[in-house]
Design a protein around this ligand. Sequence first.
Ligand SMILES: Nc1ncnc2c1ncn2[C@@H]1O[C@H](COP(=O)(O)OP(=O)(O)OP(=O)(O)O)[C@@H](O)[C@H]1O
Length: 290
Amino acid sequence: MTAITGTPLLEVEHLTMRFGGLVAVNDVSFTAMKQQITAVIGPNGAGKTTMFNCLTGFYSPTVGRLALHRDEGIFLLERLEAFRISQQAAVARTFQNIRLFAHMSVLENLIVAQHNKLMKASGFSVAGLLGLPVYRKAEKEAVELARHWLDKVKLTKFADWEAGNLPYGAQRRLEIARAMCTEPVLLCLDEPAAGLNPRESGDLAELLIYIRDEEKIGVLLIEHDMSVVMRISDHVVVLDYGRKISDGTPAYVKSDPTVIRAYLGEEEHEELPPEIIRDLPEVAEREEGA
Ligand SMILES: Nc1ncnc2c1ncn2[C@@H]1O[C@H](COP(=O)(O)OP(=O)(O)OP(=O)(O)O)[C@@H](O)[C@H]1O
């Protein structure tokens, strides 16, 4: 493990999630820092999505403390219901499978994401029904925020399209925009590059860098695409069979023999991500000799 410096945003301590006899996440601890991209990687079934489900209230962890540090104080996520984790702790997430409102327009998807803020401004309908200035102001701000994110994900010209008619890569970007419209402090993305072509993966990487550097939001990223992970992450946590097996900078993790072994399995070299294959001693020697 190499030390990652920064200001803690999310402290995961001894997280364990059991399903009957199966321990999907086994005593995992790490700290994700503010304004950093922390990637969680590992072979299929390693426990990555289960960990996300614990963080976002879909599962109640068997054991563990999940402390989110905000200016307002510390939120213990394991004690909060899912809707409070998103509304009060300001944790947003996307899923492996796309979950947009397919029959709403692209812009409407981003306005609906701000429903809680708008409901509050409307005094839970009264001010909204009466068209009071406080509600009109909130509505205008919601549209401005939506337009800001449409621009950032390069979907402005598709604002009136039905979301379900967008190409796949654009739907993925819209999901991230929708999550950002909830104004999170922590953005959790479950395999955002899945199914993207290399150009779209490049755009995604740029977008995540923008979210970190300009919007100053912490990102927790589950991703199998190692070219994206190694390029943009500040910190990589590796899980295997539910346990944390490595934790550090991308450079440290990709040359960690434990990680190489986990991806290699027994004799399955082809499963190893190319970035890790390049660092294998036998490959490096071969390339030097060539
Ligand atoms: N609700 C559940 N009930 C029982 N077992 C579950 C449940 N959810 C996940 N598991 C099991 O927990 C283990 C970890 O699964 P998980 O989906 O978290 O892995 P993952 O690292 O996200 O995998 P992938 O990269 O394939 O998405 C797997 O063995 C899975 O079958």
